[in-house]
Write a protein that binds this ligand. Structure first.
Ligand SMILES: [Zn+2]
Length: 105
């Protein structure tokens, strides 16, 4: 068993994931979704292999199936709806159809 990652290591890994994610979003906005998806996958794999804490907007901002950065109106469809007195957000990846529902606060 390897020892726990050092603080410095996790900080660096987190910064890298955030940077790659931002780059992916930028690329997607520029219309280069193919490249954005590769960056998204890379960021997600980095997250999975390091298991560092990353901001929720990134966790929810990458399609778990194809890696596309989920941008409302561009690469993702976002719908608000309520059920049983609770509000939900449904995010659908427009590229592979992956869907995720979240509680909305
Ligand atoms: Zn997808």
């Amino acid at each position: 068993m390897k020892s726990k990652h050092s603080r410095l290591y996790t900080d660096i890994a987190r910064q890298r994931i955030i940077r790659i994610y931002k780059l992916a979003v930028e690329r997607a906005r520029q219309g280069d979704v193919e490249y954005a998806r590769r960056l998204g996958l890379y960021a997600w794999n980095l997250y999975k292999s390091t298991r560092v804490r990353i901001p929720r907007y990134i966790k929810r901002g990458i399609c778990r199936r194809c890696g596309t950065p989920l941008i409302p109106g561009l690469t993702a469809r976002v719908r608000l709806h309520s059920q049983g007195g609770m509000s939900y957000v449904t995010v659908t990846c427009l590229y592979c159809g992956w869907m995720r529902r979240y509680r909305y606060h």
